[in-house]
Design a protein around this ligand. Structure first.
Ligand SMILES: [Zn+2]
Length: 207
């Protein structure tokens, strides 16, 4: 029987609006993290980062890892305060993770099938790690364009694993250091819109 790690507590509200998150100190910061939920209840919140009340389910983390369950497990295991989106970008920045240039499948350097196990194309970690990072100026522009609380609508999300659909609406929570706009979607997800990849637009408040 596996001992599951549990940090803090999450008490869901029946109506989903007033979930109670109790954080505890773990690793680097105060977080909520529940391994039992991650491994057994894929659609329930298993992680809340330190600074923001964003609830991540296993499905969310798998989605952020491009559908790769193995990478999602590494990611969940390592999270100790950070926002998962930012942690994942760091893996690409330091060359630990890469993507197949042919089929876009994601890999960890520690489990490199050579060539790509998906499409049998050549893997190139140097090429795969080149992600476009926005400048500080761009981050400031995006923050000005999408202030906290603004109402937004999804135009396009370049992510085959998300359940979000064009014209879904939500509210801006904040913009992180790599210009990802974090959004609390009406549908219940907190999937961020990645700069230069996904497209959202500001809309009027609902009548
Ligand atoms: Zn491939």
């Amino acid at each position: 029987m596996k001992e599951y790690l549990k940090v803090g507590e999450y008490i869901p509200d029946e109506h989903g609006a007033f979930d109670v998150i109790k954080r505890e100190f773990y690793g680097k910061g105060y977080i909520f993290k529940d391994e039992e939920t991650f491994y057994n209840h894929y659609a329930e919140p298993c992680y809340v980062p330190e600074l923001f009340d964003m609830e991540y389910t296993r499905e969310d983390i798998v989605c952020l890892c491009h559908g790769n369950e193995f990478l999602a497990e590494i990611c969940f295991d390592m999270l100790n305060g950070q926002i998962p989106e930012v942690w994942i970008r760091e893996r690409f920045a330091n060359g630990e993770w890469a993507r197949c240039p042919t089929c876009d499948y994601w890999y960890s350097r520690h489990t490199p099938p050579e060539p790509c196990g998906e499409c049998e194309g050549p893997l190139d970690y140097e090429a795969g790690r080149k992600m476009n990072y926005p400048s500080e100026e761009t981050v400031a522009q995006v923050r000005a364009q999408y202030p906290t609380g603004a109402r937004v609508e999804l135009v396009r999300m370049d992510e085959p694993y998300t359940k979000l659909r064009p014209s879904d609406r939500g509210r801006v929570m904040f913009v992180d250091d790599i210009a990802t706009v974090h959004i609390s979607w009406d549908r219940g997800s907190t999937m961020g819109a990645a700069y230069g990849v996904d497209e959202i637009k500001i809309v009027e408040e609902d009548a």
